[in-house]
Design a protein around this ligand. Structure first.
Ligand SMILES: Nc1ncnc2c1ncn2[C@@H]1O[C@H](COP(=O)(O)OP(=O)(O)OP(=O)(O)O)[C@@H](O)[C@H]1O
Length: 618
């Protein structure tokens, strides 16, 4: 919403921004100094964009201005000013960028707010950061003087106290870039003291790729810590660099800093974050491992450098083998860049595999947050599939609930006569363990992996095998466990065959075949999807997307000739075919239910009532 009078307009902040501002202004967050880092990092981004714009655009407003950041303190006025000659903003951009939440940090913050209790709000600022809006932690009023790099731009000033609205007016200041003037709150006047500001800047200013001047004095020496050797960089520097380059507030889970000379000269410093921003329902992240050539940034978000699934990785890759004048467009098709990405991706996967072995618990915690990316990797990154597969983790019939193992562990404890890696896809441990499928595997001592997400099916189908062993679903038609050493009396072969034939005739609309099953121990029957048919998980997905187009399933019903129900059903089919029909239908529905194939559970109610009536009448 906006109101215009002359060239001045008042606008309301988007509802989410209001909510964020309300918390930023009123919370007692202790680490308020981070607002300087946020504004300096925005200034650096704007300068970086300007540098790239100058390479491609002929006409740039204020082309002669140096790419620098100027910070000034004014103790008398109680203000702190952060100015850059970056790309600046047009009127539309001001509304879009400083009136709505479109960017990563505050979007995640707003999403997390929805789930957090009041008492956690301050800690959320610390975890996610709120970018530009963090200025309101210390400001009574913020003014943004700006002029876009575009020739048709105009000098503007954006003003707000953070309370619901902001205004945009014409300004007299015709300088390209942005100058942010913060009128400090009474309790934040420390931030107009030069020594205080200098000490805050000291923590990360050397990572900023442009000169920073504080009251006219240069405070940083631009330094590329990724070019240094590991022992020259302290833990604090690594952390500050990560938070600065990744606009992050968490501490990274993992860090990989390496130099290589062959096949390419590479200096890379990569970070794996602690928070998965995509988990906050904010859509896909942009790749954010910047590509540099001898300290010069070629592309901050190169799309074809690392595989797409690695978009959660942060950091820097620098290679002096790249031609300095490589454009961002040609970079995407460059064989050299592809090779560079391949080498780094391989190295990162190897590093993670080692980390996962050295500290399984830490990796498990990390994996729990980022598993989606690894699964996507197995399905899409053919080159690295096997290495990514090593990092997958699942619960299994041999783990406790909540504990996971990798495929390599699984293979190392496979039984000698075991032919495949077995798994079942189902929504929960309980569904799997109370169902009929795993019991035979357990009785043979074979471990079964429990896959709980529907995407898992796609993952195992893409993978097909691991370490030369095929992956096989426990409910697949192909499973052959040989003869199980089952105890107890069973129907003889002729009786079993007769019952199978009878069932096939009676259940014709729901079964393709009925046969005696070798893989049943304590359940009467189970359902198997015939070869070539959709698996239960695919079917469920289809049912969600196109409910009218999915037909009732026809399954193979395997019966257990040792089971009491089956034995009695055999006799009942001769003495009271009508009642036997009811039991047979119920056996099939129970099997469909366990298989995740029962579309209409309601019919069970009517049938069990009939069965009860008959039982009670006896
Ligand atoms: N100094 C500046 N010059 C030009 N544009 C700016 C400047 N500061 C902020 N902006 C614009 O305002 C937007 C919002 O800034 P904000 O700091 O809130 O988020 P961000 O930097 O995009 O995201 P994040 O901090 O989460 O990575 C920026 O994306 C940018 O387009």
């Amino acid at each position: 919403m906006s109101n215009t009078t002359g060239n001045s307009s008042t606008h309301e902040f988007q509802a989410e921004v209001k909510q964020v501002l309300d918390i930023v202004i009123h919370s007692l967050y202790t680490d308020r100094e981070i607002f300087i880092r946020e504004l300096v990092s925005n200034a650096a981004d704007a300068l970086e964009k300007m540098r790239l714009t100058q390479l491609t655009e002929k006409e740039v407003y204020g082309a002669e201005l140096p790419l620098e950041i100027h910070i000034t303190t004014d103790e008398a006025a109680g203000t702190l000013t952060i100015a850059d000659h970056g790309i600046g903003m047009t009127r539309t951009e001001l509304v879009e960028n400083l009136g709505t939440i479109a960017h990563s940090g505050s979007k995640a913050f707003a999403a997390a707010l929805k789930n957090a209790g009041k008492s956690n709000e301050a800690s959320l600022i610390g975890q996610f950061g709120v970018g530009f809006y963090s200025a309101f932690m210390v400001a009574d009023e913020v003014r943004v003087h700006t002029h876009s790099w575009r020739m048709e731009g105009e000098p503007l000033v954006w003003t707000s106290t953070g309370a619901g609205t902001y205004s945009i007016e014409d300004s007299a200041e015709e300088v390209r870039g942005s100058r942010i003037v913060i009128k400090l709150k009474e309790d934040a006047l420390e931030f107009c003291r030069p020594d205080r500001v200098k000490s805050v800047l000291g923590k990360y200013s050397n990572f900023v790729g442009f000169p920073i001047q504080l009251n006219g004095e240069r405070v940083n020496t631009v330094e590329a810590i990724w070019l240094k050797s590991k022992d020259e960089v302290t833990e604090e520097q690594y952390k500050a660099f990560y938070q600065f380059t990744a606009h992050a507030f968490d501490e990274p889970s993992y860090r990989l800093h390496f130099q290589a000379d062959a096949p390419l000269v590479i200096n890379a410093l990569l970070f794996l974050p602690d928070q998965n921003m995509e988990a906050f329902g904010m859509g896909q992240m942009e790749p954010a491992v910047g590509l540099y050539c001898k300290k010069v940034l070629i592309d901050p978000h190169p799309k074809k450098l690392l595989p797409e699934w690695m978009r959660f990785v942060r950091g820097v890759i620098d290679s002096e083998d790249l031609p300095l004048n490589i454009s961002r467009e040609s970079m995407q098709d460059s064989a050299l860049v592809r090779k560079l990405g391949e080498v780094v991706a391989k190295r990162l996967l190897k590093f993670l595999d080692k980390e996962a072995q050295d500290d399984a618990k830490k990796f498990q915690e990390f994996y729990a947050k980022f598993s989606r990316f690894f699964k996507e990797g197995v399905a899409t990154d053919y080159l690295n599939r096997d290495a990514i597969a090593k990092l997958l983790r699942f619960e299994s019939s041999l783990t406790e609930k909540g504990e996971v193992i990798g495929l390599a562990d699984y293979v190392s404890r496979m039984k000698e006569d075991q032919k495949a890696i077995y798994y079942q896809v189902a929504p929960s441990r309980n569904t799997i363990e109370s169902g009929p499928y795993v019991e035979a595997f357990k009785s043979k001592g074979y471990e079964v992996l429990y896959l709980y997400e529907s995407i898992d099916e796609y993952v195992v189908n893409s993978l097909r095998e691991f370490d030369g062993k095929p992956l096989q679903a426990v409910n697949s038609n192909e499973v052959d466990l040989g003869d199980l050493a089952n105890e107890g009396e069973a129907l003889n072969e002729a009786e079993t065959q007769m019952l199978c034939d009878w069932l096939k005739g009676r259940l014709a609309s729901g079964v393709e075949d009925v046969r005696s099953g070798k893989r049943l121990v304590s359940s009467p029957a189970l359902a198997i999807t015939p070869d070539g048919e959709m698996t239960p998980q695919m079917r469920q997905m289809m049912r969600v997307m196109k409910p009218d187009e999915v037909e009732a399933p026809k399954v193979i019903l395997e019966i257990n000739p040792r089971h009491e129900i089956v034995k009695k059903l055999s006799a009942l089919s001769v003495s009271d075919a009508d009642s036997a029909q009811l039991v047979a239908e119920q056996v099939l529905d129970n099997a469909l239910l366990s298989a995740g194939l029962l579309d209409d559970p309601q019919r069970i109610v009517a049938r069990t009532e009939k069965i009860m009536e008959r039982l009670l009448a006896k």
